[in-house]
Design a protein around this ligand. Structure first.
Ligand code: FPP
Length: 238
């Protein structure tokens, strides 16, 4: 059991499935399948550590331009993940939410997403947010549109549009901002993920490719986080 401050909310950019597969001369979908197992590791590691919210970047809006067979392999994996995991997630007290533009999913994908959200709705131990067909700029534009609609209807005043009003319209409105962002595979960018919410997150970039991610990798990230001096733009009290 870890002692010391535990990040309440951990976000992860799960990257490197393709490279993991290429290293083994396998087609890319094999990497995604191996990545699905790492999702289970991340969930169990988060529960063990006492993390309250785990937000995973599973599929970006930009990923829709990948080759059709890869997209359909990823969508099939999502449905398979839900079918296989829903009982265990329920048992472990995990509440699942899917964040993103779900209108672009297939009817089967949407039904699976609704099912897992419905069946885990009473759980409280860990909130697992799966970002699917998600892009942060689209999320912020959507928030602006929702607020503009309220102003046009006369239910909100222009001067009430502030940071809190925008925050409340993001997909992540129910949770505090991530304390820790992990990105696997060594890439040093945000890739249109939670741009608003990550304003003060601590970043942890590991060369580990996502399919090789396990509980130990999560513990290493949390131990590194515990050595950070979080100042939120202020100075440390002395
Ligand atoms: C990035 O690796 C990963 C993805 C685009 C997909 C992530 C999907 C999973 C981990 C599996 C399914 C997840 C759930 C929640 C069911 P990449 O393909 O960009 O790798 P590369 O940069 O090495 O090419």
């Amino acid at each position: 059991m870890l002692s010391g401050p535990i990040p309440r909310h951990v976000a992860i950019i799960m990257d490197g499935n393709g490279r993991w597969a290429s290293e083994r001369r396998l087609p890319r979908p094999f990497g995604h399948r191996a990545g699905m197992k790492a999702v289970r590791e991340a969930v169990e590691g988060a529960i063990d550590a006492g993390v309250e919210v785990l937000t995973l970047f599973a599929f970006s809006e930009e990923n829709w331009s990948r080759p059709a067979p890869e997209i359909s392999a990823l969508m099939d994996l999502l449905e398979e993940f839900i079918a296989k995991e829903v009982a265990e997630l329920k048992e472990q007290g995990v509440r699942v939410h899917v964040l993103g533009d779900r209108s672009r999913l297939t009817a089967g994908g949407r039904a699976a997403v609704e099912r897992v959200e419905h069946e885990t709705a009473g759980n409280q131990k860990l909130s697992l947010n799966l970002c699917i067909s998600y892009s942060s700029r689209a999320e912020i534009a959507r928030a602006a549109r929702l607020l503009a609609e309220e102003v046009l209807k006369g239910t909100k005043k222009l001067e009430d549009i502030d940071e809190e009003a925008i925050r409340a319209k993001l997909y992540t409105a129910s949770w505090s901002d991530p304390d820790l962002l992990i990105r696997t595979s060594g890439e040093q960018r945000l890739s249109n993920f939670l741009l608003w919410q990550l304003a003060y997150a601590e970043l942890y970039i590991t060369p580990v490719l996502w399919p090789d991610f396990n509980r130990r990798t999560l513990v290493d990230a949390i131990l590194d986080y515990q050595r950070r001096d979080r100042r939120f733009g202020k100075v440390t009290a002395s």
